[in-house]
Design a protein around this ligand. Sequence first.
Ligand SMILES: Cc1cc2nc3c(=O)[nH]c(=O)nc-3n(C[C@H](O)[C@H](O)[C@H](O)COP(=O)(O)O)c2cc1C
Length: 331
Amino acid sequence: MSLYRPLCIGSLSLPGNLFLAPVAGYTDRAFRSICIEQGADFTCTELVSSEALVRGGVKTQTLFRRAHNESRYAVQLFGSDPDVMYRATAMLAPQRPDLVDINCGCPVPKVVKTGSGAALTRDPERLARIVEAVIRASREHLNNTPVSVKIRSGWDAQTINYRESADVALAAGASMIALHARTRAQGYEGRSDWSHIADLVSRVSVPVAGSGDLFAPQDAAAMLEQTACAAVMFARGALGNPFIFAETRSLLLTGSYAIPPLQDRIAVAFRQLALLANNVGEKSACLEMRKHFCAYTHGVAGGAELRRRLLHADTIDAYRALFALLPQSVH
Ligand SMILES: Cc1cc2nc3c(=O)[nH]c(=O)nc-3n(C[C@H](O)[C@H](O)[C@H](O)COP(=O)(O)O)c2cc1C
């Protein structure tokens, strides 16, 4: 069987198993749209605060709006209060998400301190009540959209608890587990331990999406092969490199892939800038896109100087002028 394959998450059928992971500050509507265009099979918003949502935060509302070409997408919520999570899930109804994911992996102290994110995996009773509340809200307001849970390997090296967290989430009715195979203490450093993904796959009957150290198409092929996970989630490997989806699909289906030429890559970055400007206005888009352009030009000859100048680009024309100045390699 090919490593590139369709899968079902509860009632949701997906054509392929190459996912964009939630990445706060990056996986906004414009970038998700670009990833879909470049071959992602499924996308997810960044973590959305259930508390901010129910308080009526206007900015929060924009975080989970569906992109024009996003025929299937997930919204990720975080929170520690089952009732608030219920109300936040119900508020997603106008966007009709195809999956609601519960963040149980965020290591940021500000989030963990409130009892949400990775802290939920140390409080199995609360985790169960949250999964149940989100599923109940989904049944009552979202036409029974499936619910998934994204966890880490554990709290720290001494507390590897992904098995327990997955068991609790599944007993409460979750339809998929996404596992980032690092501990909360690791943050985003050090190697992820894919043996945890393989172990979880062998223990549960729902799909497991694997996350951790997917920086090249070969990494995704290796994770699918070594762990038998149902799907892979690209995170940092997709930033400035949405091409990784089509490249990986080609590798899995044909055994090889071609890297698009730099000028095509930059053209995609400019399309992302235009989409974002459409969503948030030119000024904010130009600010937001600096980090994306830095990622798109990573490893490019003359890139360091370009990235320094990008810090002052505040109009689309300024971006264009900068790229017109680049050495031959870009054009
Ligand atoms: C800057 C940054 C922001 C992230 N934001 C989220 C998030 O909002 N929700 C989430 O579940 N995971 C988040 N993650 C974790 C990623 O989804 C992924 O699990 C992790 O980066 C491991 O994959 P990688 O090693 O291939 O990057 C974030 C990671 C990074 C680096």
